[in-house]
Write a protein that binds this ligand. Structure first.
Ligand SMILES: [Zn+2]
Ligand SMILES: [Zn+2]
Length: 283
């Protein structure tokens, strides 16, 4: 079994958004304003990711962390380069070369909003060196109804890629802020610790569901969460299962692993259609 379980790791939970625009590209808010909004809404960290530009900004607020990033736009591909300090030109570079360059300069890469971008799971499968894809993008959902890329995600997982799934805001304005976030388990609220935890998959994604505990014992997944009405154990092809009880709320379920699922990722939905997603457990 291959799964870094954030619930069995030492540390604290930190809430953050990894995809944020400011006035330095096409966002509505200055870095100061956007940090203030997230801080006042109980977030702990924010990656500032303007288009093809570094927004140099260090949070002055105690207990709030900002980390540099860039959203590189290259034809249909939008790629987040996270934790990078150095801008480079994407002219004459293919998406794979952009990802390689992000890694070379010490960052890590996430592929943005496949559904909105109209890139296929096949195109994603041919790439390597990135840690995950956006499975929920708030601006794509609010603007075009194309926020969810979970089918793309399952297709690339089925193709054998070991990737994490991220929920993000990609916020530009008041309309698309405070929607998709990740909860990261880390030793402390520090750039290195937060980035290491993300790179190791020690997080879950959410649009409002809080996952309280997840353990795997006796070949059984045991998960508890804020009151919800659907829990999907999503696996390869026809495997996996849905747990639903006529719209009644519940906050704990168990799933006995059969052995043929190849991978299991858990998607939780509450009655307001808020979602929570674990990273995949590979068998
Ligand atoms: Zn984009
Ligand atoms: Zn963006």
């Amino acid at each position: 079994m291959k799964f870094n379980n954030p619930f069995t790791e030492q540390g604290k939970w930190f809430k953050g958004n990894i995809h944020t625009h400011t006035k330095n590209s096409d966002g509505m808010f200055s870095p100061d304003e956007i940090v203030k909004i997230y801080r006042e809404n109980s977030y702990d960290f924010l990656f500032l990711t303007d288009h093809n530009k570094i927004t140099e900004f260090k949070s002055k607020s105690k207990g709030f962390l900002t980390i540099n990033g860039i959203e590189f736009n290259k034809d249909s591909f939008h790629i987040l380069g996270l934790n990078i300090e150095q801008l480079f030109s994407t002219e004459n570079l293919y998406p794979q070369q952009i990802i390689n360059k992000i890694n070379e300069i010490g960052g890590f890469a996430v592929i943005c909003h496949p559904y909105w971008s109209a890139i296929t799971s096949k195109e994603i499968t041919f790439l390597s060196g990135f840690i995950g894809i956006e499975i929920f993008n708030n601006t794509c959902e609010k603007g075009k109804g194309k926020g969810y890329s979970t089918v793309h995600y399952d297709e690339v997982l089925q193709n054998g890629l070991n990737l994490f799934g991220f929920a993000v805001d990609d916020c530009h304005s008041k309309e698309d802020i405070l929607g998709g976030f990740i909860m990261v388990k880390a030793k402390s609220l520090d750039e290195k610790e937060i980035c290491n935890s993300i790179k190791n998959g020690l997080f879950y994604s959410s649009t409002g569901i809080i996952i309280k505990n997840l353990k795997i014992e006796d070949n059984t997944i045991k998960i508890s969460f804020s009151p919800s009405i659907i829990v999907d154990f999503i696996s390869y092809g026809p495997y996996g299962t849905r747990i639903y009880n006529k719209g009644k709320e519940f906050d704990y379920v168990e799933y006995k692993i059969k052995g043929n699922e190849k991978y299991i990722r858990i998607e939780i939905t509450d009655k307001e259609n808020k979602k929570g997603w674990t990273n995949p457990i590979f068998l």
